[in-house]
Design a protein around this ligand. Structure first.
Ligand SMILES: Cc1cc2nc3c(=O)[nH]c(=O)nc-3n(C[C@H](O)[C@H](O)[C@H](O)COP(=O)(O)O)c2cc1C
Length: 145
């Protein structure tokens, strides 16, 4: 199994519903291909983790890279032979950065603004895990309402 992290720039400032739509079709496809993943986005950027069998991840990545809904795709990290998945139960989890407080991602950034292109390869997975905690916290809040 391998894991890829990439980031990209959005082409049309997607709102939550548009990403929800991407995630719906992507989840079904990922499920078929034994891929799990996590997508973080805001108006300007996407950051995504894809993990699973090498060929499936590779094929999916190439399909995603051709998608006109984003551009300037850059691989942030590539891990060979991962012992286990980080997002094992998620075909494609996703969260908007708007729901994550600035204090959480600020330590990962070299300047005050969110810019995933500046993420250090060693800090990507810690960053994604922090974002994922944000997702779980949000879910908890929703359930509490
Ligand atoms: C930011 C972003 C993330 C995406 N993530 C996935 C994904 O995890 N899995 C997937 O199959 N497609 C994903 N897609 C959609 C693909 O780009 C593509 O539209 C979809 O796989 C259908 O491809 P096809 O029309 O060539 O069959 C993503 C698209 C974008 C813009």
């Amino acid at each position: 199994m391998i894991r890829i992290n990439y980031c990209s720039r959005t082409t049309d400032q997607p709102d939550f519903d548009e990403v929800n739509e991407i995630a719906k079709t992507s989840s079904a496809r990922n499920n078929e291909c034994d891929i799990t993943g996590f997508l973080v986005f805001n108006q300007n950027y996407f950051v995504q983790t894809l993990e699973g069998p090498a060929k499936a991840v590779n094929d999916t990545y190439h399909r995603i890279a051709k998608d006109k809904r984003h551009k300037d795709i850059m691989i942030l990290s590539y891990e060979n032979d991962i012992p286990k998945r980080s997002f094992a139960h998620w075909d494609l989890a996703y969260i908007t950065l708007r729901k994550v407080s600035r204090e959480i991602y600020y330590p990962f950034m070299t300047s005050g603004d969110f810019d995933p292109y500046t993420l250090n390869p060693n800090s990507i997975m810690p960053f994604m895990h922090e974002m994922f905690k944000g997702l779980l916290e949000n879910d908890k809040e929703k359930k509490a309402i």
